[in-house]
Design a protein around this ligand. Structure first.
Ligand code: ZN
Length: 395
């Protein structure tokens, strides 16, 4: 088969709207101009909203896989087939005459220009906004956020540069509609105390925020817990955690070290703090160690080279569920591990889907392997996370 031209690819994409194809694989709902729902690749077990489709760009993105692209790449990943087979499944290529070719070219140029104008500038402006928010936060020790962590049996390092506290953080959700029924910008549905984490990019710069809204009980005896925030329209309970800005390749420093010999990396802040607390309470030396939270599994492990069949899980149509493989796509550098690290400890929570987590951990181990570096993978027992273990040990 001859090389497929850009025109032919655009024609295939135009004939197969991404929303239609994605909705054939998974259940999606509208949220803030996007379609969100369980990822058709890494599974319905993972909480929703990590897979999203942007119809106007014809793209999809999953933060857990982590992967994304156009409709052809979606078919490749979900079906576990190659590029050519994906094109066949989308109806194959058809002959394109000169008029259609011109139309496709103009559409492509229009989209490219619109993309260039918005994305890079928009992202940088958003990063600067988030950085201003970060600079207005307070040290975490002695705050509601510290008490919230204490309630979960967690302690904080004396110096914990990546975690701070905001007494009144706004929670934005959906759009405000004005008297004329027009969209009038983002809508604030809640404001309250929050634990705030900063993502540090591989270049050492601030990248974005990790936010956990908390509910401060008026009774002193009750410990603060995660806020319950409801969608004012649907009454649906919204996630009290949000990540904003760019976390790709970035981490939250739970314990910082310029040249660590040992580095512990886990998905969530509380996972990593559980291990820090356990080691601290056991009197283990921590001077040569750094502790990072990667935000999610996908960011910890980086992109896979391909997807493979899940050994048990099936899609609704009876086909095997696909999961990202154990082998890394080395074009994605993943996290930037300091050269000084001789021992890398990766934490796998038992509360995520087992095969997905195991593959991610093994992928990370392969990606970060170096001569003279030992890599250990620590798994919490099935159905538990490290915080459950810590609480069980304390009881
Ligand atoms: Zn996914």
């Amino acid at each position: 088969m001859a090389r497929i031209t850009e025109d032919e690819l655009d024609d295939i994409r135009a004939r197969n709207p991404i929303a239609d194809i994605a909705m054939g694989y998974t259940k999606l709902r509208r949220a803030g101009g996007r379609l969100v729902g369980p990822c058709p690749i890494c599974g319905g077990k993972v909480s929703s909203q990590r897979f999203e489709v942007v119809e106007k760009d014809g793209t999809w993105l999953c933060a857990v896989c982590p992967d994304g692209g156009d409709v052809i790449r979606l078919v490749e990943k979900v079906e576990g087939c190659d590029f050519r087979a994906a094109i066949e499944r989308l109806g194959g290529r058809t002959a394109i005459d000169a008029a259609r070719a011109k139309e496709l070219f103009e559409e492509r140029e229009r989209k490219r220009l619109a993309r260039e104008k918005t994305s890079a500038d928009y992202r940088e402006a958003e990063r600067k906004r988030l950085h201003r928010t970060w600079k207005q936060t307070q040290p975490i020790h002695g705050t509601i956020a510290a008490r919230y962590l204490e309630g979960r049996g967690l302690q904080l390092p004396e110096r914990c540069p990546g975690l701070r506290f905001a007494p009144a953080m706004p929670y934005w959700h959906g759009e405000t509609i004005d008297d004329h029924g027009r969209k009038a910008g983002p809508r604030k549905i809640h404001e309250g105390p929050a634990m705030v984490g900063a993502f540090i990019r591989p270049d050492g710069k601030f990248g974005g925020l990790h936010l956990t809204w908390l509910y401060d009980n008026e009774y002193e005896s009750d410990l603060p817990r995660k806020a319950e925030i409801l969608d004012p329209d649907s009454g649906e309970v919204l996630n009290a955690k949000k990540m904003r800005g760019s976390k790709t390749g970035a981490y939250i420093a739970i314990q910082m070290h310029d040249a660590p010999r040992r580095l512990v990396i886990g998905e969530g802040i509380e996972t990593v703090l559980s291990v820090w607390t356990a080691m601290h309470q056991a009197g283990r030396p921590l001077d040569d160690m750094a502790f990072w939270a990667a935000g999610d599994l996908g960011n910890l492990a980086g992109r896979a080279n391909r997807t493979v069949n899940h050994p048990m899980l099936k899609r609704p149509n009876g086909q095997p569920q696909k999961v990202p493989d154990r082998f890394p796509d080395l074009e994605d550098p993943g996290l930037s591990i300091p050269d000084t690290v001789e021992e890398l400890i990766l934490l796998g929570d038992g509360d995520s889907e087992r095969v997905l987590t195991e593959n991610a951990m093994e992928r990370a181990a392969r990606r970060y392997a170096r001569q003279g570096r030992v890599i250990r993978i620590a798994f919490a027992p099935a159905g538990l996370d490290f915080n459950d273990l810590l609480k069980a040990a304390a009881a």
